[in-house]
Ligand binder design. Structure first.
Ligand SMILES: *[C@@H]1O[C@H](CO)[C@@H](O)[C@H](O)[C@H]1NC(C)=O
Length: 432
């Protein structure tokens, strides 16, 4: 039965009453290897398949539940299987309905569990704790939560899970409930240079608070270095009297009232600089429990573009260049392309000679500038439109600037014509 569940994909679900379903996830139990020394001291992990059943996940009334297949617990409890049953009604997992559609949308669900020991407690004592981290690929859904095992009424028939040494319920599951969870609605966020950004992080705990002390810490990790950006310590019962804030990064803030009242541990960063780019780790601690979420911050600044001249008048006997300047953008990768569109063409074409690029210039704010210099093709006909097209990550669509090549001025034509007439007249006189 278990094998069947896993083979069917990431989960199967069943309708269990009005607006609630069970979500069954195939997960991995990750354990730090013990007694496996001699491998250079590096941590070794063993990975064992496990199944997580989220009971009673709330779904919207308009959600179609027809395609859902029922989950059936194994008919004969298997003490080797790791089957965790989770009561999720309180606290609820925000956006858990995302999990219902991940399978249909072929999104991969990342589910990892590991034993957890709250500060100062013995790992093997009951209740036992697990840390679960859930992520859905391609969707802004991420959460980490702590499960606490529920007491099982033991009798002669009670089985014990072989690997975890925990008593199994009559249906062969380890019964648990969520006691604390940390989540984020965003995995990655982009903001412009000198702009502001809100890095999202939130937490929930059981209605009967496990503790009154709350600490929120935001760290930034970038290229192997890490440092603390912001820290707040407060109490759920006395935010005003006990809040301590360390805003290590200038222009970082969080509201104690949001932390205490809403479980909102989001941090605001103002006046963004390139040095703010990186991986942010939000750690929320409530009493002895702590869990983390990760948010990536990208700084993106779209380029300004300009052409070296407003007009391009054709000259027959000298080389002309046209430059396209692309300034103050971030990050580095920008693409400059030249196109031409002559009156006889049906559509613009990319010029075969794309000119030459300057080297990147970096400004004090670490944004970049780049120029492309085009040698105007000698055969170009008047009326041709020349376009500089710039693509960059900060732009939804490429930016373009164009100019139309103008025919040589009428004045010089007149002079040439005059000269020609005089020459013809002169020869006419000579020949007579
Ligand atoms: C969380 O708090 C910040 C202020 O620190 C606020 O801007 C944001 O809107 C809040 N988010 C939610 C979901 O309430």
């Amino acid at each position: 039965m278990m094998i069947q569940v896993i083979l069917f994909g990431y989960f199967l679900t069943c309708v269990c009453g009005d607006g609630v379903v069970d979500v069954v996830l195939s997960c991995t139990l990750v354990e730090e290897g013990v007694g496996m020394g001699g491998m250079g001291g590096g941590a070794l992990f063993t990975r064992t398949p496990a199944t997580l059943v989220l009971k009673d996940v709330a779904v919207a009334p308009d959600e179609s539940l027809e395609t859902l297949t029922p989950f059936v617990p194994p008919s004969i409890p298997d003490p080797d299987a790791i089957l965790l049953e989770v009561k999720v009604s309180s606290p609820e997992i925000p956006n858990a309905h995302v999990l219902l559609h991940a399978d249909c949308n072929q999104q991969e669900v990342m589910c990892e569990l590991s034993r957890y020991s709250p500060d100062g407690s013995q790992e093997s004592s009951e209740p036992a704790y697990f840390m679960v981290s859930l992520n859905v690929e391609g969707v802004e859904f991420s959460t980490a939560f702590i499960l606490q095992t529920l007491a099982v009424e033991k009798d002669q028939s009670t089985l014990t899970q072989n690997k975890l040494a925990l008593p199994l319920s009559s249906s062969g599951t380890i019964l648990t409930e969520v006691i604390f969870l940390v989540f984020s609605h965003i995995k990655s966020v982009s903001a412009p240079l000198r702009g502001d950004v809100l890095l999202n992080c939130g937490f929930k705990q059981q209605e009967i608070p496990v503790a009154q002390e709350v600490a929120v810490e935001w760290r930034l990790q970038h290229r192997g270095k890490g440092w603390k950006v912001f820290e707040m310590k407060t109490r759920l019962d006395d935010a005003e009297g006990s809040t301590v804030v360390h805003a290590e990064r200038r222009g970082s803030s969080m509201k104690a009232s949001e932390v205490v009242g809403q479980g909102n541990a989001s941090v605001t960063l103002t006046e963004l600089k390139v040095s703010d780019v990186g991986t942010y780790i939000c750690t929320v601690s409530v009493g002895a429990f702590h869990a983390q979420q990760v948010v990536q911050l990208h700084v993106v600044q779209p380029p300004h573009i300009s052409l070296s001249q407003e007009k391009l008048v054709l000259k027959t006997n000298s080389v002309q260049t046209l430059s396209c300047h692309c300034t103050k953008y971030y990050p580095l990768d920008a693409q400059i392309e030249w196109l031409s569109f002559s009156p006889t063409d049906t559509e613009p074409t990319v010029l075969p000679d794309q000119g030459s690029l300057s080297s990147h210039r970096q400004h004090a704010d670490r944004s970049y500038s780049l120029s492309s210099h085009l040698t105007v093709p000698s055969g170009v006909s008047p009326g041709t439109k020349i376009t500089c097209r710039v693509s960059h990550r900060a732009l939804d669509a490429p930016l373009s600037l164009s100019l139309v090549v103008e025919r040589p001025e009428a004045g010089s034509y007149g002079w040439v014509l005059g000269f020609l007439i005089i020459t013809v007249l002169f020869f006419y006189q000579v020949m007579r």
